[in-house]
Design a protein. Sequence first.
Length: 206
Amino acid sequence: MNFSVTQDTLGTHLEWTLEGVNAHMVDWFWSNMEKGFILWHPAQHEALEWAVPPKNGNPMGAIHIAPQTWNDGRRQNLYIRFEALEDVPEEIRDYIIYEHVIIVAGLGLGKESLVTPDPMGFRLHQWERRDYGIIGKSSAIGTRKKETPEEGRVWSEHCAEEIGNWEVFLPRLYTLYKVVKCPTRNPFADFSVEGKGRNARYAFIK
């Protein structure tokens, strides 16, 4: 994995490239995070649970509980929701430049987050195919809870290790689960978009 980190007035951005991983595998991962969440960051992740599981073909509104401890020692029991693009502020969607996109909202740190209408912030992950694998960009943008540059750097370290570990486990994990044909136990959603920026729309998720 190769990556670089930048920061601007809205947040922190990690640009990355991976070899041997294709866009379809990453699409699959988001609806099946519980199958590989500890592998995604073995040193800092605990087991993931779905408060609202994703639906095959359309995971919008799914909420996962993602307990983890970052490099600064803070343990967080994060409640994270998959967002429909049109529900995300336009200035965040302006960052969309690649062919596949998922935006998640950080709702909070406890069960009360399930009824919180105002997210702490958003994570925008996007990627597209290259001959060697994929290229992508991940962004951390605080809204209700603004993030300092120092907090952004802690996040970028955590995120870089997550993304890099896709090269290690994702191709094999995806291949193993191809034998599971039931869409309830092995859902899939195609995160391809048409258009860029605030005009981007999912091509297959309705």
